[in-house]
Design a binder for this molecule. Structure first.
Ligand code: ZN
Length: 653
């Protein structure tokens, strides 16, 4: 444990208790060995002055929905201290009554809902109270002699509390246990199989007590064996299969990230991994992110997913009562025997959260095993937290559900024009996008973590293989292929065509598409509602003089798409084509070229831009909208179709 307290930084906040509270909460939030993604909470008891100038004894408690590493003063809810203490004296209090009562005691209605641990924070008679789920402490408490070990480390300076469901029951328990306690002797409280509290009237001391208590636990765990060099390996196609099977079980598309690094590989190849991995989570609030246990995957992927689903349904039936609705029965992580681990999630954010929790859980399991065994809470206790409405409420804040959430789209030529518009459009609609382009500037174009750019040439088989590899590694599969790459060679009549120019047009516009489709098809077969969209051209139906190299390639491309539609229909892969025309905001058309062409016809640039029946300008964005629609559920019954996006022309209608 590193003590991150910085005197210079902290001195700026002297005299402002809430500002100091924000400062030290962030120190705690920064350390993933103390809290992970929304875990833990902190508070400070300080006066609150209301609008009439009346001063109240208040406690500022972390609001739910805030993370400690990024919390601000507005993330703390000021609540009347006396009201919370009064609540702690009730015999019982339901969750929903507790939420209402806590809100009613709030001194600023703009503040977020107080943490479910507010009452517990209130009864601890110190200004600063810090609560974390520190790995080292929780790991020790998850061993057969955990309590004994913890007592031998801490003696009397820590109160040890057996596991109770968080919320009112826990506050009540601590209140009962501390009736005759001399608080001045205590540095902290350990909640078995859950976490640890530290406290003091001084912000620095409370923080340093946390660091020191957790460091003492780490010392006991310090002997960790060195890892070898080995990595788990699995074929890309197997990952795509697993992702689809899990998505089907969840009934929503999810991304899957495989991890075969030594730490994960070695865990997965332990003989007793199925037993040690499936005893339960590190700390109960992880259950809403990771489910109670991972899926154990062996070579039969479908069966593994089925077995997990059946077990989950039975687990639900064993413990559910009343009106409870079963959550989806799909795992959020898997141990792939002798290969590594896989994490599943609807979004990158979910993947990130679950991956971090899995890393810490695997370490904790192995540490505990060295200390006599990994023992977790009973299934029933975990179920109660998983289906606790106050926990589920955490997940429902800010959850996105867009048309392409959890789906993976491969787009060729994503640096400019229609390709770039497609990347943007799919991203806005929740998709994870992988795109390949020859222009190395593509590496700096997309900042969002949901877009993976690869520099490469689609006419080279190795570069195509590379972008597919990237898609599976980052997201676990491919659902939609947008074949967009294209070049427009310079105009020349057939007798003047340069052979090299002809070959290059065929290579980029046609041959590359054959290889891209050929290579992505096996993955699309394991994609979620898979589709291919090919960007053709108006020239296919209405060719122009001097454009043979372009039109012939695009006509061939369209024919390729039609045959793909025939061949892939039985795999439920839809293949459709769009035929744009005069899309001037693409790389092909510079302002100079446009004004040249306009002058050539003796019309204004604006007129030239909209010489079609509807008299409208056609933009890359217009084309991307149609590509998106063809890839989505609106066109789920359409394959082999060709749709013009050209404002209408006499020659094609
Ligand atoms: Zn907790």
């Amino acid at each position: 444990m590193k003590n991150l307290w910085n005197k210079f930084d902290a001195d700026q906040y002297q005299g402002n208790l809430l500002a100091l509270r924000v400062y030290s909460s962030r120190l705690i939030g920064q350390d993933p060995n103390l809290v992970l993604h929304g875990g833990g909470n902190t508070s400070v008891k300080a006066p609150f002055k209301d609008i009439f100038g009346k001063v109240h004894d208040a406690i500022y408690i972390k609001g739910s929905g805030w993370n400690l590493d990024t919390i601000e003063a507005t993330g703390f809810a000021p609540v009347k201290l006396a009201s919370l203490i009064k609540l702690s004296r009730l015999k019982s209090l339901s969750d929903s009554d507790m939420v209402v009562a806590q809100r009613a005691a709030m001194l600023d209605q703009r503040a977020p809902n107080p943490s479910v641990e507010a009452i517990l924070h209130a009864i601890i008679p110190f200004s600063f109270v810090d609560h974390t789920h520190a790995d080292a402490v929780v790991t020790l408490s998850n061993t057969p002699n955990g309590e004994e070990i913890l007592r031998s480390i801490y003696g009397d300076k820590v109160l040890i509390v057996p596991y109770v469901m968080p919320g009112f029951a826990l506050a009540k328990k601590v209140s009962n246990l501390t009736r005759t306690t001399d608080w001045s002797k205590l540095h902290g409280i350990i909640l078995m199989k859950h976490g640890i509290f530290s406290f003091s009237n001084d912000a620095k001391e409370s923080y340093e007590r946390m660091i020191s208590l957790v460091s003492d636990a780490e010392l006991v765990l310090k002997e960790r064996p060195n890892l070898g060099e080995s990595h788990g390996e699995v074929s890309l196609l197997e990952i795509a299969k697993l992702r689809l099977a899990v998505s089907k079980s969840a009934n929503i598309p999810m991304i899957a990230v495989f991890n075969g690094l030594p730490f994960h590989y070695e865990f997965s190849s332990q003989k007793d991994v199925a037993s040690i991995a499936c005893r339960g989570p590190l700390t109960p609030d992880h259950v809403i992110r990771t489910k109670r246990i991972p899926m154990i995957t062996d070579m039969d992927i479908e069966k593994s997913v089925e077995r997990y689903r059946d077990d989950y349904v039975k687990y639900f039936e064993r413990h559910a009562s009343g009106e409870l609705q079963q959550l989806d029965p799909a795992p959020r992580w898997a141990v792939w025997r002798d290969i590594g681990t896989v994490v599943f999630g609807r979004t990158q954010k979910e993947i990130e959260v679950v991956s971090d929790i899995v890393d810490h859980t695997i370490q904790a399991i192995q540490d505990a095993e060295r200390l006599g065994g990994w023992v977790t809470l009973a299934e029933r206790d975990i179920f109660d937290v998983e289906y606790w409405e106050l926990e589920q409420a955490k997940l429902n804040t800010g959850r996105e559900n867009l048309m392409f959430s959890g789906q993976v789209i491969l787009i060729t030529g994503g640096f400019s024009g229609i390709g770039r518009a497609c990347v943007k459009k799919f991203s806005e609609n929740g998709a994870n996008v992988v795109t390949i382009d020859k222009d190395p500037n593509i590496m700096n174009l997309y900042k969002e973590s949901t877009v993976v750019a690869v520099v490469g040439d689609v006419t080279l088989e190795s570069d195509v293989n590379n972008v597919i590899h990237e898609a599976i590694q980052r997201f676990g599969g491919i659902d939609v292929l947008v074949n967009n790459v294209g070049v427009f060679p310079k105009s020349s009549h057939i007798e003047e065509i340069d052979s090299e120019e002809w070959r290059s047009s065929m290579n980029v516009n046609l041959n590359s598409a054959m290889y891209v489709i050929k290579k992505t098809t096996p993955y699309l077969r394991h994609g979620w509602q898979p589709a291919i969209v090919i960007v053709g051209s108006k020239n296919v139906v209405a060719p122009g003089r001097g454009a043979a190299a372009y039109s012939v390639a695009k006509a061939g491309l369209t024919q390729l798409g039609r045959i793909a539609a025939l061949e892939l229909a039985s795999d439920s892969i839809r293949v459709n084509m769009v035929h744009p025309n005069s899309v001037f905001d693409t790389g092909i058309w510079s302002d100079d070229v446009i004004s040249d062409r306009a002058a050539h016809y003796g019309i204004s640039v604006a007129e030239y831009r909209s010489t079609n029946l509807l008299g409208v300008e056609v933009t890359s964005n217009d084309v991307a909208s149609v590509v998106l629609a063809l890839s989505g559920p609106q066109f789920s019954r359409t394959t082999g179709a060709q749709i013009s996006v050209d404002g209408g022309t006499d020659r094609t209608i």
